[in-house]
Structures are given as C-alpha cells and as structure tokens.
Design a protein around this ligand. Structure first.
Ligand code: SF4
Length: 391
C-alpha cells in the first residue's frame, strides 16, 4: 500500500472485510519492510474509550480486530498484542467486558495490556515533551484501529486522536489543559502508527461517546494518519482546516493532508459471487451525512418489530442498493420484518416470522441474494400494481 492510498470496504461481514483490507494493502509486506525482524511485536490499538458496545457508534467492533489478527496469523506473525486505556473516569477492564474485546483476546489467546496500569516515558515529539506509555513505545509495529466519528470538542476523531489512548491519565488531563490540538498533532511524531484500519461500521457522526450510531457498513484503511483524518473530515462534511491537529501533525512530519493527490478505492461486498467477495468501484464523493439521510429514508420503508440483527443487518444494505437504483415501494407500502410479526397477516414481509403475509420471503434469516431478488420483484410490482405471484 502506498502512502497516498486509501481503501474502503463496504459490506456486512466485518471479519472478512478487515482481512480483505489487510490483504489488499499487503500489510504483511509493510510490516516486514518496516521492522526487518522475523517476529516483530505487533500491537493493535482499538478505541475502547468506555464501557460502550460498538453498536452505539463510539468503540471499535471486535470483529475488525479479529479480521486483522486472523490475517496476521495466516501470514506467520506470532507476537501479536492488544493495548488500550479507557478515558479518564472509566476503567479499561470494564470496557473490555462490555465491548467484547476481553472475550476476543481470551478466545484468540492475544495478550491485552491495560495502559492505565503502565508506566510512561517522556518523549521529544517534534519539540514538545510528552509522556507516552512504555508498552506502546516497545511495539515494533503499531496497528491503529480507531473509530471514524464526530467529536464534540475537535469536530472529528480518527487515526491521530486515537493515539491519546497510549498516554497516561495525568497526561490526558494535561492535553485538555493545552487545548488538545497542539499535543495531539505532536504526539504523531513521538508514536508512529504503521497501518490504520478505521471502523466506520456505525459511527456516531456527532459525539465521541456514541448514542446516535449511523449504519455506514464501512472499514477504511491507510498508512498515512494525516491523509486518513483529512479524508474522514470530508466525509463528515468538515474542511480539514477546521481540525487544527491535522495541520499540526502534517507540520510534525506525520503525513500529508493532500486529498487531491490521494487515490481512494472502494470495495463492495459481492453477494452474487462469494468467491470474488469484493468488487471495486469509484468512491461516490458523497459525505457520510448525506448517506445518513439516505439511510433514514431507507429505514422509513421498513416496519421493524423485534427483528434479529442478522435479519435487519442484511436487509438495510440491500435496500440501500435498490434505493440508489431509484427503486422503492409505492407510497404507504411498508416492508415488515421481525419476530413481532409472527402469526400475523400483512402485505410484504421478510423472513419466516412473516410467513402469514400475502408476500413473504422464507428464510431465518434469508440471505442477501434472496432478499435482493425478492425486493426487486416486489418493488417492480409496486410500480406496476401487479398482484403477488411468488413468495
Ligand atoms: S426471520 Fe429469523 S432471523 Fe429474521 S427476525 Fe425472524 S427469527 Fe429473526
């Protein structure tokens, strides 16, 4: 992967998406070139700011880390660790429990270092002396797994600001007294990140602590944290100049914010062809806020009563795709999904829970290919006012 590259994967299988991005970026070659050791210590740094599940839009999905770990192990890397410290006021161990990262590390046998309990070293960060946790500095290669989301003080947070989890609590307080931007920018010079895989599965576009997740179903990777943060700014509808730490990090030599020189590749999950898995397409250039508005219009087509996330999570991207093609139901027509529809009658439903409906797609849950075929027929028949011919 080159410095000016950004690759975006869009889909629903987070583990597969993360592994596919690592493969596409040739992460193994990046690590070997950077470290020159047979078994470098590779540290993964997620965002576990507090005991908040990833579905709230604030913390990294554990599946993203799992995809990276499975790729690294396939490539023969053995010394993989995870590290993080939650924000001041919450204990990292509580975050581990709620986010599922504790269970993940146990299941995959990956050591976790709670940086709230680590000692610190003072480092010259391009002229600013900052305290950085020892374990983070000891890693040979740092893989940053931030959430690309909004932030109430800095406008946005992604690759650069996520490294604030690698400093002690007293230093975090000092960062705030210093106005955040200067020290965050300088931290990029003292703690290098070798690869970034940002979680934009369902980020909160306004607040760092979540609560208003927006389903975007994306993971984004890059090697340049400045470029990635500038890209995420654009997606959040911000000018990178509105986030001063991006310019400061650039001045400290951490990367380039020149998006005009960047190449952005989109990979979209290929439901028709499981072998190929992903198709390349051009970045739409839309902001995520526009897509959030679009997501709301898609949700308005659906009447969801207690659906399972596997069913609903498969349906929404399919509806997105069809809506982008200009397809929709007739005004007033709703698509029903969820266990609350069991034993009830109605017009159009998804899954065995709606088997009593006039038009119902069987399956528990039905897969994305079947959903797309079914909905194409139903949406066309809505236009043409045809009766239900198939279920
Ligand atoms: S069809 Fe199955 S997966 Fe879908 S909502 Fe009903 S029980 Fe859940």
């Amino acid at each position: 992967m080159k410095k000016q590259e950004i690759i975006v994967a869009c889909g629903t299988d987070i583990i597969q998406m993360a592994a596919a991005l690592c493969k596409m970026a040739d992460l193994s070659a990046l690590i070997r070139m950077s470290c020159g050791k047979r078994q470098p210590r590779i540290a993964l740094k997620p965002n576990l700011l507090g005991p908040i599940p990833a579905s709230e839009g604030a913390t990294t999905h554990p599946q993203a880390a799992e995809g990276v770990i499975s790729y690294l192990r396939e490539q023969g890397f053995e010394d993989i660790v995870m590290m993080e410290s939650s924000w001041v006021g919450d204990r990292t161990e509580d975050s581990l429990l709620v986010t599922g990262f504790g269970a993940l590390c146990e299941r995959l046998n990956v050591p976790f270092f709670d940086l709230q309990k680590d000692s610190a070293v003072t480092v010259d960060c391009a002229g600013m002396m900052l305290k950085i946790c020892r374990k983070a500095l000891e890693a040979d290669f740092l893989i940053n797994l931030p959430v690309a989301k909004g932030h109430c003080q800095t406008g946005m947070t992604c690759a650069l600001k996520n490294l604030k989890g690698c400093i002690p609590a007293s230093e975090k307080r000092r960062f705030h007294r210093m106005g955040l931007h200067e020290p965050i920018g300088h931290l990029s010079a003292g703690l290098k990140q070798g690869f970034i895989l940002a979680d934009a599965i369902c980020p909160d576009l306004m607040f760092e602590d979540g609560g208003n997740p927006v389903p975007l179903n994306r993971l984004v990777c890059a090697v340049d944290p400045v470029l990635l943060d500038a890209y995420v700014c654009g997606k959040l509808g911000l000018d990178p100049a509105q986030v001063p730490y991006i310019r400061i990090a650039e001045e400290c030599g951490a990367g380039s914010s020149d998006l005009l020189a960047a190449s952005v590749t989109m990979l979209r999950e290929d439901w028709q062809n499981k072998e190929a898995r992903y198709l390349e397409e051009a970045d739409s250039g839309d902001t995520w806020r526009n897509e959030a508005d679009c997501a709301l219009s898609v949700k308005e087509m659906v009447s969801d009563v207690d659906s399972c996330s596997a069913c609903y999570g498969t349906l929404i991207p399919v509806l997105h795709k069809l809506e982008a093609e200009g397809l929709s139901f007739a005004p007033g027509e709703k698509l029903c999904i969820g266990q609350g529809w069991r034993g009830m009658s109605g017009a159009i439903g998804i899954g065995t829970c709606t088997s009593g409906f006039a038009c119902s797609l069987p399956g528990c849950p039905p897969d994305a290919v079947a959903m797309e075929r079914f909905l194409r027929e139903r949406m066309a028949s809505s236009d043409q006012r045809r009766g239900c011919a198939t279920t």
